[in-house]
Ligand binder design. Structure first.
Ligand code: ADP
Length: 483
C-alpha cells in the first residue's frame, strides 16, 4: 500500500497528515498560528508563519514515514500574498480573505458599472473577500510596489501558490483552477486569466501564476532531504467537497471551520443563482471541469473562538456544547454574526456584530445559544435561496472543526428540518487534497466510504426554530448598512 502526504493550510492552523491509499489516517501534526487585526475590518497573516508551520508539521509526520508517493495541498482561499521574484520575500503581510479594507474601492467599481462584467466572467460578486482588490491595495499602498509590478518584478499568489513557490525545488509559480476561480481575475467559462478584468483591477499579467488543473504536476516538494511530487492542489472548500465524495450533480456539503461554506456540485453546468450565491469551480480532475454553487458565510467557528478568547465564557471550544439550550430557545436573545461584515447572501462589508433582546434575566446560555443559532440561521438563509432555485436539500453532509460538537449538529438539523450527515473523519478538506493527489497518481478513490452519523430533525421544534429564524432575519436586515 502506498502513502500520501496531505498539507492543509487553514485560517487558524497548518496541518500535515499522512494517509494510506485506503484513506486511513496514519499520523498527523497541527500547529496554530495568530492572525493580526491592525485596523477595523483588517485581517493579516505573516507569510513566514504559514511557511514555518507547514514545514514543521510536514517534517514531523515525515519522521516515521519514508516512502511517500505524492503530496496534495489544500489551503485557505483568496488570501493574498505578493512577493519579490528576485528575493522571494513578501513585500507586505498576507491579506486574509476576511479582510474588508477594500470595501470603498469595491463600491467605486460598482458605481462605475463593473458588477455585471465581473459576475458574468468570474461567477463572483464584487466584494473585498476575493483577491483582486487586495492585490490592487498592495500595489497602491506599498512603497515602490506599482513600479516593481510594471517592471515584472513582483509575483502574486494565493497561499497554495506561495507554498509551491517557496517549497518546490523548481520554484514553480503555479496555482490550480479552484484557487484561480476565487481571485476575481479568472474567467471560469474560458478557463484563463481575463485581460479585461486585469485591466479593471490594474494588475499586470506578469504577476500571475500559471493555472493547472487540480491534479496537475506542480513540482517537487523538497523537505528534510526528501523529494515528494506535488500532484494535487485544491482550495479548502472544494477540497471538502471532494473529501465528502460529492461527485454527482446535486451532491452538497457544508463545512463549519472559521467560516462556513455550503457547496453544491453542478457538474459541467456553471449555474448562475442570483440573490448572493456564487458560481465557482468545484474541481478540475481527469481532464474535466466541474462547477459548484457556493454560499459563503464569513463567521462560524470564529464566533466560538471569540466567546472563548475574548468573552472568556469557556476555556475550550468543546465546552461550548454545555451552554447550548436544546429546546430551540435563546429567550429572545439574537446575535448578529458580523465581526467583519456579512457574506452570502447579504454581502455587506460595513455592518458589524451585535446582540439584541438582552434583559435582566438573560443568561450566558442564552447568549451562547443565540451565537450558535446565528450560524444555523445563516445556513438556513442559503438553503432557502437554493430551494427557491429548485435545488432541493434532501440531506446535508457536514464537516469542519465545529461539527465535532454534536449538539450543534442537532441544532442545525432542527433549524433546517433536514437530516444532517457527519463523517467519522471531519477533516474532509485534508482528505480531499489527498484524494486529488491519489487520482493524479492513478489510484481509484471512488469506492471510499467513511462511517457516517446521521442527525434527524426533531419535528416538535419546527415552529419555534422557524419563528426564531424569522425574528433573526428581520434583525439582520434591519441592521444592513444601506438601511
Ligand atoms: P479552519 O480550517 O478554518 O482553520 P477548522 O475546521 O480547523 O477551521 O475548525 C476550527 C474552528 O472550529 C475554530 O474556529 C473553533 O472555534 C471551532 N470549533 C472547534 N471545536 C469546536 C466545538 N467542539 N464546538 C464549537 N466550535 C468548535
Amino acid at each position: 500500500m502506498k502513502n500520501y502526504l496531505s498539507i492543509d493550510q487553514g485560517t487558524t492552523s497548518s496541518r500535515s497528515i499522512i494517509f494510506n491509499s485506503k484513506l486511513q489516517k496514519l499520523c498527523d501534526s497541527q500547529i496554530e498560528y495568530d492572525l493580526a487585526y491592525p485596523n477595523d475590518g483588517w485581517v493579516e497573516l505573516e507569510p513566514l508563519d504559514i511557511l514555518e508551520t507547514v514545514k514543521a508539521t510536514t517534517k514531523k509526520v515525515l519522521q516515521d514515514y519514508d516512502q511517500i508517493e505524492a503530496c496534495g495541498i489544500t489551503n485557505q482561499r483568496e488570501t493574498t500574498i505578493v512577493w519579490s521574484k528576485e528575493t522571494g520575500a513578501p513585500i507586505y503581510p498576507g491579506i486574509v480573505w476576511q479582510d474588508r479594507r477594500t470595501s470603498e474601492y469595491c463600491n467605486e467599481l460598482k458605481a462605475q458599472g463593473y458588477e455585471e462584467t465581473v459576475k458574468k466572467r468570474t461567477g463572483l460578486v464584487l466584494d473585498p473577500y476575493f483577491s483582486a482588490t487586495k492585490i490592487n491595495w498592495i500595489l497602491e499602498n506599498v512603497d515602490g510596489a506599482r513600479e516593481m509590478a510594471s517592471e515584472g518584478k513582483l509575483a502574486f499568489g494565493t497561499v497554495d501558490s506561495y507554498l509551491v513557490y517557496q517549497l518546490s525545488k523548481e520554484k514553480n509559480h503555479y496555482t490550480d483552477v479552484t484557487n484561480a476561480s476565487r481571485t476575481l481575475l479568472f474567467n471560469i467559462h474560458d478557463m484563463c486569466w481575463d485581460e479585461e478584468l486585469l485591466s479593471i483591477f490594474e494588475i499586470p499579467a506578469s504577476m500571475l501564476p500559471e493555472v493547472l488543473p487540480c491534479d496537475g504536476d506542480f513540482g517537487t516538494l523538497n523537505i528534510q532531504a526528501k523529494d515528494i511530487p506535488i500532484r494535487g492542489i485544491i482550495g479548502d472548500q472544494q477540497g471538502a467537497l471532494v473529501g465528502q465524495s460529492c461527485f454527482e450533480s446535486g451532491d452538497m456539503k457544508s463545512t463549519y471551520g472559521t467560516g462556513c461554506f455550503l457547496m453544491v456540485n453542478t457538474k459541467d453546468d456553471p449555474i448562475n443563482v442570483d440573490e448572493g450565491l456564487l458560481t465557482t469551480i468545484a474541481y478540475g480532475l481527469k481532464g474535466e471541469t466541474s462547477y459548484a454553487i457556493e454560499g459563503s458565510i464569513y463567521s462560524s467557528g470564529n464566533i466560538i473562538q471569540w466567546l472563548r478568547d475574548k468573552m472568556k465564557i469557556f476555556n475550550d471550544a468543546k465546552d461550548s456544547e454545555n451552554f447550548i439550550n436544546i429546546d430551540g430557545n435563546s429567550n429572545n436573545v439574537l446575535f448578529l454574526p458580523a465581526f467583519n461584515g456579512l457574506g452570502a447572501p447579504f454581502w455587506d462589508s460595513e455592518i458589524r456584530g451585535g446582540f439584541s433582546g438582552i434583559t435582566q434575566d438573560t443568561t450566558l446560555n442564552d447568549m451562547v445559544t443565540s451565537a450558535f443559532h446565528s450560524i444555523t440561521f445563516q445556513t438556513k438563509e442559503i438553503a432557502r435561496i437554493l430551494e427557491n432555485n429548485k435545488i432541493e436539500i434532501n440531506k446535508l453532509l457536514v464537516d469542519g472543526g465545529m461539527v465535532s460538537n454534536k449538539t450543534f449538529c442537532q441544532v442545525l438539523s432542527d433549524t433546517l428540518q433536514k437530516s444532517i450527515i457527519k463523517p467519522e473523519n471531519v477533516e474532509s478538506t485534508a482528505l480531499g487534497a489527498c484524494k486529488v493527489a491519489m487520482i493524479a497518481s492513478g489510484e481509484d478513490v471512488s469506492s471510499f466510504r467513511d462511517n457516517l452519523t446521521t442527525f434527524e430533525p426533531n419535528n416538535s421544534l419546527k415552529e419555534i426554530y422557524e419563528d426564531n429564524y424569522q425574528r433573526w432575519r428581520k434583525y439582520v436586515v434591519h441592521n444592513l448598512s444601506e438601511n
